[in-house]
Design a protein around this ligand. Structure first.
Ligand code: NAD
Ligand code: ZN
Ligand code: ZN
Length: 337
């Protein structure tokens, strides 16, 4: 099968022929139809983070498609089912986190397209218990980004503790941010979209943002204080430290900053302000299978739509290039022939 492979960090991915994965007990083989390109895949290809991915690596954790084969032990799914393979490839099912519905914190988890091969390929295998079904009427390419961008931002908003009617700010209107703001609207929040590029903010307005701020031209912290007196929750899905500092600064007394973007950097937080203002800072990592089912349901009901551009698998190096330069509006989704 054809796959895009990272052989070494900071080198171009190689498009090459590799063997179709063979199944073990409880696993399924998915004929991949589409896979979104997440900024995490770029971090993986660059070896940006303290914990490195395996090499060689087939990236991709928004892979969706049709089950072509099932192994012994699979009872919940059948050949022909439409499913997606998320970042949480598998977890142990037995630790304190797995037992308390916090499987994304499992210390023994595997991650698609990072610690195990992902879906930048014609086929990808996965444990049946950790894939999630896709309703028939949803288009593969359009639903693909829900498997990471969607579930991640939906979960971040859920744990932000914001209530309907509250103001929330989304910093970074990229692949994650453009769906984040739609989940936020669907959950009843008033939404401020912050980015440093006008085309991203134009999209944010079209998708329902109540207020947009270009953080390159004006100070978003001041602007947010002036306009709404600070936000109850800020979610930073940008890839630069500055956005996180500004997101922290735009939270009002008693509010929450949810940290989602993953630049390999530090976030210095003023102790005095955090204490006196009673500000909460939370990290949020993707979402559970249940969160993912809920996130898909929003899309199935037409409350959230992804702004996608489809590209063939072979174009991945060009897509990564554009992502680095901030030249993608929404999500690029690779489609397999
Ligand atoms: P993306 O490249 O599509 O979007 C990033 C956006 O941030 C762009 O629109 C860019 O213009 C904007 N931006 C850059 N600097 C900014 C600034 N100073 N202020 C405001 N906006 C700014 O990336 P993506 O795919 O949306 O991923 C974003 C980050 O989230 C990555 O670091 C990725 O690894 C991480 N991520 C985290 C999780 C998680 O579970 N925590 C899940 C998926 C992705
Ligand atoms: Zn992702
Ligand atoms: Zn576990």
């Amino acid at each position: 099968m054809k796959a895009a492979v990272v052989n070494e960090f900071n080198q171009k991915l190689e498009i090459k022929d590799v063997p179709v994965p063979t199944l073990g007990y409880g696993e399924i083989l998915v004929k991949i139809k589409a896979c979104g390109v997440c900024h995490t895949d770029l971090h993986a290809a660059h070896g940006d983070w303290p914990v490195k991915p395996k090499l060689p690596l087939i990236p991709g954790h928004e892979g969706v498609g049709i089950i072509e084969e099932i192994a012994e032990g699979v009872t919940s799914l059948k050949v022909g089912d439409r499913v997606g393979i998320p970042w949480l490839y598998s977890a142990c099912g037995e630790c304190e986190y797995c037992l308390t519905g916090r499987e994304t914190l499992c210390p023994d988890q595997l991650n698609s397209g990072y610690s195990i091969d992902g879906a930048y390929a014609d086929y990808c295998k996965a444990p049946a218990q950790y894939v999630v079904k896709i309703p028939d009427h949803l288009d593969f390419a359009e639903v693909s980004p829900i498997f990471c961008a969607g579930v991640t931002t939906y979960k971040a908003l859920k744990i932000s503790d914001a209530k309907p009617g509250d103001w929330v700010a989304i910093y970074g209107i990229g692949g994650l941010g453009h769906v984040a703001l739609q989940y936020a609207k669907a959950m009843g929040f008033n939404v401020i979209a912050v980015d440093i590029q006008d085309d991203k903010l134009q999209l944010a307005s079209e998708l329902g943002a109540d207020l947009t701020i270009n953080g390159f031209n004006v100070d978003p912290v001041q602007e947010i204080k002036d306009k709404v007196g600070g936000v109850q929750a800020a979610v930073s899905v940008a890839v630069t430290k500055k956005a996180f500092e500004q997101a922290y600064g735009s939270v009002k007394r008693g509010g929450t900053l949810v940290v989602v973007g993953l630049p390999n950097d530090e976030l210095p937080i003023p102790i005095f302000d955090t204490v006196l203002n009673g500000v909460t800072v939370k990290g949020s990592i993707v979402g559970t299978r249940k969160d993912l089912q809920e996130a898909i349901d929003f899309a199935a009901r037409g409350l959230v739509r992804t702004n996608i551009e489809t590209q063939p698998l072979d174009s991945i190096n060009d897509v990564f290039n554009r992502m680095e330069k901030g030249q993608i509006n929404g999500r690029v989704v690779l489609t397999m022939s």
